[in-house]
Design a protein around this ligand. Structure first.
Ligand code: XMP
Length: 326
């Protein structure tokens, strides 16, 4: 039975110096555990799996095999950044799997939120297991489990909606950050040289944009969602709200409304902006975005994103609204 309790003597990692000590200790421990064998890691590009990847690259280099599954529900620029940072800059062994069509075909016509989540979770496991089966001589599976995952859900990253691998693909686990809290993972990530937008990124749900493209996902609405989210993030970064607001994103519902453009009637989708502050996601308050900025974002979204003619701002705290729309 794995030891799943953070040692009481373990100091909280709050400074670069403490992060360096942690990194050195982990490199030694990982080399001892892994020896000359191979480790597999599902690398989403989120902070936890990215920090695990960077630690393992330092410890065992090419004995680590990272698999990045692009399920088509990532934010603009994310799959490209994973390839750029890990393959090009860190020289990692990275398998990039373009599974966009596969996921979107499975999700076509499915409107129930929980069914969508299940499809995304199952498909992810299937794609990852298929890649794992193609590889020879893997002995370990690395995971970005962090301490809150252990405290909240018996050590499984349950909120990622990813169940376990099939019976014939059971590996010994490698979980170098399992005793760290999120803020500590970020300090370690920064010290490992990961880019700030990877280290300080806002929470992003496992099913990704899938739960923000309300109802049955269509490719054109998904693109409107991705483009409007990119504009919101760009404007928040430019206006000092990145890092200040806990979570912010856009939502595209599955209904249209009438509008007018160059004297012609349009019938297009609205985009809903959500920007909330929270400590642990159980409750949330609304960020008071300055009106001039809201006007500017509205102008950009309605002029730059095809198929969108209206922007709404969701003023609902949690409760009564959940943070995500589905
Ligand atoms: P809600 O919408 O329940 O969200 O207020 C609370 C936090 O959890 C995230 N979230 C998810 N994360 N898989 C995840 O990994 C999910 O299915 C999921 N649903 C919501 C949400 O983004 C927020 O941070």
């Amino acid at each position: 039975m794995a030891n799943n309790k953070r040692p009481e003597t373990m100091e909280r990692i709050t400074t670069p110096a403490l992060a360096r000590v942690f990194i050195d200790e982990q490199i030694t421990a990982l080399r001892e555990q892994i020896g000359d064998r191979k480790v597999l890691l599902a690398l989403s590009g989120g902070v936890d799996s990215s920090v695990v990847a960077a630690l393992l690259i330092k410890a065992v280099g090419k004995q680590l095999v990272c698999v990045h599954v692009n399920h088509g529900l990532l934010r603009q620029g994310e799959p490209e950044q994973v390839v750029e940072v890990f393959r090009n800059q860190m020289d990692a062994n990275l398998i990039y799997v373009d599974a966009v069509d596969r996921f979107l075909d499975k999700l076509a016509g499915v409107s129930d939120p929980e069914t969508k989540r299940k499809i995304i979770g199952k498909e992810f496991i299937d794609v990852f297991a298929e890649e794992a089966k193609k590889l020879e001589g893997i002995d370990f599976l690395a995971q970005g489990t962090i301490y809150p995952d252990i405290l909240e859900s018996d050590g499984v990253k349950a909120h990622h909606n990813v169940g376990g691998l099939p019976e014939d693909l059971q590996f010994e686990l490698v979980e170098p950050v399992k005793f760290l809290y999120k803020d500590e993972v970020r300090v370690v990530g920064k010290e490992l040289g990961l880019p700030d937008n990877m280290v300080y990124r806002q929470p992003f749900p496992g099913p990704g944009l899938g739960v923000r493209c309300v109802g049955a996902i269509t490719r054109d609405r998904l693109e409107a969602l991705r483009a409007s989210d990119a504009i919101l993030r760009e404007e928040f970064a430019k206006n000092g709200l990145e890092g200040k607001v806990w979570q912010y994103f856009t939502v595209v519902p599955d209904f249209k409304s009438t509008g007018i453009d160059h004297g012609k009637r349009t019938f297009d989708w609205p985009v809903i902006i959500r920007a909330v502050n929270s400590v642990d996601a159980t409750a949330a308050t609304i960020e008071e975005i300055p009106y001039p900025l809201l006007h500017h974002i509205t102008w950009r979204i309605t002029h730059e994103v095809p198929g969108v003619n209206r922007v709404l701002y969701d003023l609902t705290p949690k409760p009564t609204g959940t943070i995500e729309w589905e």
